[in-house]
Design a protein around this ligand. Structure first.
Ligand SMILES: Cc1cc2nc3c(=O)[nH]c(=O)nc-3n(C[C@H](O)[C@H](O)[C@H](O)COP(=O)(O)OP(=O)(O)OC[C@H]3O[C@@H](n4cnc5c(N)ncnc54)[C@H](O)[C@@H]3O)c2cc1C
Length: 262
């Protein structure tokens, strides 16, 4: 793969949208993400809201309708966003799939290692990150004094042992559903998942920030590029509201600090 799943201090996301398929994001050694299908668009958001007034628009009005989309999101009138669906095919390490599947408003169908033989691909990070000191569950962007070469060697050795053992168990006649027990959680899995636009944004806001695991952040960044193609105004409004909320929070903090100091 051309691009690395590495620690990028400049925060550049690693995904690349395919030249051949604008709905496909290649995440290199990490996996991939494809937008399979969508239901609805920016217009269906405003029309879902306008049914309250027995009215409907045939075309999206860039100014008036954008204002309405933003108003709906700002005032948490979420159901018009829930009328839209997004379907992805995702290839990712099992431990990222586990984080994803904590989100109960997504529907999942996953490849089964009971029905299929594991294809032997295990995610191997290009760089090994240090454990963060203050945040127990996070890692540190600075790989610091980790012996990358040795870490890589240990990782490869463990992966090879696990895959060899899996294959040997199958050769012995052990069933797939038991043999898979020796596979690492870094093994790739694949699933198809559907979510509505409201819950997609909820997921994005939890998984794109820096306190989420770096690997799942990459899927969040890739996904929004894909979703933006179908819901450009809705995504723009979410971005604007996020920016406004963080400015409000900063202003509130500054106000509190100035009160403390007085
Ligand atoms: C940085 C980070 C670290 C995390 N660490 C851990 C961890 O260490 N261990 C762990 O187990 N999990 C962890 N999680 C997962 C977390 O606890 C949530 O399970 C996950 O983020 C899904 O969030 P959610 O419930 O808001 O989303 P969803 O399940 O997608 O639900 C969306 C929204 O629907 C509503 N909803 C859905 N189901 C219900 C319900 N039954 N009752 C009421 N409201 C509901 C809520 O408003 C919810 O926010 C972590 C998540 C993040 C982002």
């Amino acid at each position: 793969m051309g691009h690395a799943a590495s620690i990028l201090t400049d925060d550049t996301p690693i995904f690349q949208i395919s030249d051949k398929n604008p709905n496909f994001a290649d995440l290199g050694v990490l996996g991939s993400m494809e937008l399979l299908d969508t239901m609805g668009d920016d217009l269906s958001i405003v029309n879902a809201a306008r049914v309250s007034y027995a009215s409907e628009s045939n075309e999206f009005d860039a100014e008036r309708d954008k204002k309405l989309v933003k108003f709906l999101a700002k005032h948490k009138h979420w159901t018009p966003f829930e009328q839209n669906s997004i379907k992805f095919r995702v290839k990712c390490p099992i431990y990222i799939a586990r984080q994803w599947m904590k989100h109960r408003c997504w529907v999942f169908n996953e490849i089964s290692a009971r029905y299929t033989i594991f294809d032997n691909t295990v995610y191997k990070p290009d760089d090994f990150r240090k454990q963060a000191v203050r945040n127990k569950q996070a890692s540190d962007a600075d790989s610091g004094d980790i012996n990358q070469e040795l870490a890589s060697e240990i990782y490869d050795q463990a992966t090879k042992t696990a895959i060899d053992s899996y294959n040997k168990l199958l050769e012995l006649g052990v069933c797939r559903e038991q043999a898979r027990g020796v596979l690492p959680v870094g093994s790739h899995t694949e699933f198809i998942t559907t979510v509505n636009l409201r819950n997609y944004m909820h997921w994005y806001m939890l998984r794109a920030p820096k306190d989420a695991q770096w690997e799942i952040q990459q899927y969040a960044h890739a996904s929004i590029e894909l979703v933006k193609q179908k819901f450009p105004v809705a995504i723009e409004c979410f971005y604007e509201l996020q920016a406004e909320a963080s400015t409000d929070a900063e202003q509130l903090k500054a106000m509190k600090n100035s009160l403390k100091n007085n």
